[in-house]
Design a protein around this ligand. Structure first.
Ligand code: FEO
Length: 169
């Protein structure tokens, strides 16, 4: 059984993951509007992944005798100056999510809630991968600068990404 504090904190994370999904969907739409369909597809896959994260926590809350609550989702930004600023925002957002997951892990450990600590380990590892993958795109965008050809090639590369839900552990 989850403590009331842990249940509330996990519910806040469900909301944060669903917001992330909404945020990346807004970015996908922006990328589409500037004809970067590969970047748009990458963002759409990212949005699907965030929905998966939110549902993973939703299922866990219910499995542990709590109740997942669907709170209001904030309105994400709708416009960016460049695709580079979009990816900078993704990296900054993922760094923020990592700190939220770390705070959850600290709470689980303080409460000696070993089941939740074990559950959160997947998210700790996932954040390492998330920051690394978007960090690599930001690095490439820095190299590309204002080179349209470089951006064209990167857009083609990002088009390859598809979201495949991990096999349930
Ligand atoms: Fe669910 Fe991108 O962290």
């Amino acid at each position: 059984m989850l403590s009331a504090t842990m249940e509330k904190a996990l519910n806040a994370q469900v909301n944060a993951e669903l917001y992330s999904s909404y945020f990346y969907l807004a970015m996908s739409s922006y990328c589409e509007s500037v004809s970067l369909s590969g970047c748009a597809g990458w963002m759409r896959a990212q949005a699907q992944e965030e929905l998966y994260h939110g549902m993973k926590i939703y299922d866990y809350i219910n499995e542990r005798g709590g109740r997942a609550i669907m709170a209001a989702i904030d309105q994400p930004p709708t416009d960016w100056e460049t695709v580079h600023s979009v990816f900078d925002d993704v990296l900054a957002h993922e760094i923020k999510v990592t700190s939220l997951i770390n705070d959850l892990m600290n709470l689980a450990q303080d409460e000696r809630d070993h089941a939740t600590s074990s559950f959160l380990r997947w998210f700790i590892d996932e954040q390492v991968e998330e920051e690394a993958s978007v960090g690599a795109v930001v690095d490439k965008l820095k190299m590309i600068g204002k080179d349209g050809n470089g951006l064209f090639v990167l857009d083609r590369e990002l088009e390859q990404r598809v979201f495949t839900p991990p096999v349930k552990e």
